[in-house]
Design a binder for this molecule. Structure first.
Ligand code: NCD
Length: 325
């Protein structure tokens, strides 16, 4: 499907963001622009949230064919704070369950003048298929595609690292968990490499090792203690049980935590000011100890705040790119 649709580019002829499907063909400049725009939507705690009426009169449809809490809530609030009407399609009630093709659902909603589709789906290629099929003024934003990509998460992760660490080029980043099934890891690594990060260490427990062809230029290991020294960023990931097809010889959660859990003791191997990240949802005391998740090095809550600001930035930028379509 991907080759067939390779002509569907996410950028307009002048390089503006029309759709957000993947980070792979994004330039450093475009990512920097998104980071700046997202920063402009942050407000100090206790103050009213930023609003910007750039989507007034527009309609955003959230189509989540897979569960989501953070991503869906933050896209909804982001669209509302930009002045859009928001439609949240309840997947259990939707016609997709009755066998309607995803494109028929899209055409139906497009006939109701939806301007932006935010799509999460368990099948690879769906955001690209939709982007290749919608009218020229309509945008598609990938909110999580199988184990393939999660570009808005990648961007909010970059934003969070940038806030704490400034430059990307001398950063050492450790990502630990179910790398093989993680779209979060894919997009984080793609984004970091575009921004110039060279030291990326992927720690995968047995059965969770990714295809190394998908991760050129990274170090893949199963030794967490060996990977942590010198790390500036440590990102823990959830075991993606819902994507396990084979009966993986899974360790018990207790064993997993003992070997691969990010504990306070382990974290001491990283640099003293290393930040701890997790995309959520977290399994406390499995991939991350509760006290680390709530501890002074954790930026997990800030990732959520940044996610909303980043989704506002993306929505605003695709709307502005309409001018040169
Ligand atoms: C992630 C996802 O859905 O890919 N969650 C998220 O978007 N914050 C990670 C996960 O489900 O483990």
């Amino acid at each position: 499907m991907a080759t067939e649709l390779a002509h569907c580019t996410q950028l307009t002829p002048s390089g503006r963001l029309r759709h957000l499907l993947t980070l792979t063909d994004m330039s450093r400049d475009l990512i920097e622009e998104l980071l700046e725009r997202a920063e402009s939507y942050l407000r100090p705690p206790g103050e009213p949230p930023a609003r910007d009426p750039v989507l007034r009169g527009r309609t955003v449809a959230n189509l989540f064919f897979e569960p989501s809490t953070r991503t869906r809530a933050s896209f909804e609030l982001a669209a509302k704070r930009l002045g859009a009407d928001v439609l949240n399609l309840d997947v259990n009630m939707s016609s997709r369950k009755k066998g309607e093709s995803v494109l028929d659902t899209i055409y139906t909603l497009q006939a109701m003048q939806v301007d932006v589709f935010v799509v999460r789906d368990a099948s690879a290629g769906i955001p690209e298929l939709i982007a290749a099929s919608v009218e020229p003024h309509v945008s598609v934003l990938n909110a999580g595609e199988a184990a393939v990509s999660h570009p808005t998460q990648g961007l909010l992760d970059l934003m969070t690292m940038h806030q704490h660490k400034g430059r990307f080029d001398r950063l050492s980043v450790v990502i630990v968990g179910d790398i093989a099934r993680s779209r979060v890891a894919r997009s984080a690594v793609e984004g970091l490499q575009i921004m110039g990060t060279r030291d990326i260490r992927l720690v995968a427990p047995p059965g969770m090792t990714p295809d190394e062809k998908l991760y050129p230029g990274t170090t893949i290991t199963s030794d967490l203690d060996g990977a942590l020294p010198g790390a500036d960023v440590v990102m823990a990931l959830r075991i993606q049980r819902e994507r396990m097809t084979e009966k993986a010889q899974m360790m018990t959660t207790h064993e997993y935590h003992a070997k691969y859990g990010l504990t306070a003791e382990r974290l001491m191997r990283a640099t003293p000011d290393a930040i701890v990240m997790h995309p959520g949802p977290m399994n406390r005391d499995v991939e991350i100890a509760g006290d680390v998740a709530d501890g002074p090095q954790s930026v997990i809550v800030q990732q959520v705040t940044n996610g909303l600001a980043m989704r506002m930035a993306i929505l605003a930028m695709v709307m502005e790119a309409r001018r040169d379509r």
